[in-house]
Design a protein around this ligand. Sequence first.
Ligand code: HPA
Length: 234
Amino acid sequence: MSLHIGAQAGEIAKRVLLPGDPLRAKHIAENFLEDAKCYNEIRGAFGYTGTYKGVPVSVQGTGMGIPSISIYVTELIREYGARKLIRVGTCGAMHENINLRDIVIAQGTTTDSSIIRNIFGPTINFAPLADYELMSKAMEVGQSLKIPTKVGNIVTVDRFYDDDIDNEKLRRYGILAVEMETAALYLLAAKYRVQSLGIFTASDHLLTKEAVPAEERQTNFNDMIKIALETIIQ
Ligand code: HPA
């Protein structure tokens, strides 16, 4: 048992998918994994381990934002030996090249969070990057399943409701989308020398103000999960 995860040693796989919403962890376990067993209910952050094509895979809800995902990712790596971690989440599209429902792969992430300078101080701006092997595999899997993916820089923000952020400038510098967790995932993966990747579906668009209706979200969420599972079992 760790502080926030109630699993026994050995109950969590080396390969872990990380949805923000714990109910999505349940959805993935029930619809994509075989013999899935729930190992955690602490704080409603459901976690399951099962197999995908015979390979043990876990799926752990992380909650929203950098503080929450940092807790789960740190404990998964330090206490349970997780080595390949793929965040599967939603993002807000903020670039004209990204359409609603597109699947976005985060090659790197820019952030307004203080986590980088808390570690590196005021002069070094560490660049949190995806694991190259996982990223290129995810792109290849997307192509072979004929599911289009877009790849590039995203922004991990600390505030969902942020009237002060300069989205126009971020767009000019090629930022594709906004979400709230991946900078921490990539930073922790670098710290502990494990592999990580963030894959997202665009659930809303900051330019057009459109949003995917809740009942429709599951369909392209499932495409993203297929890409993530085929990537993580390699
Ligand atoms: N902002 C921040 N995080 C998000 C968004 C957004 O618009 N959509 C999905 N996650």
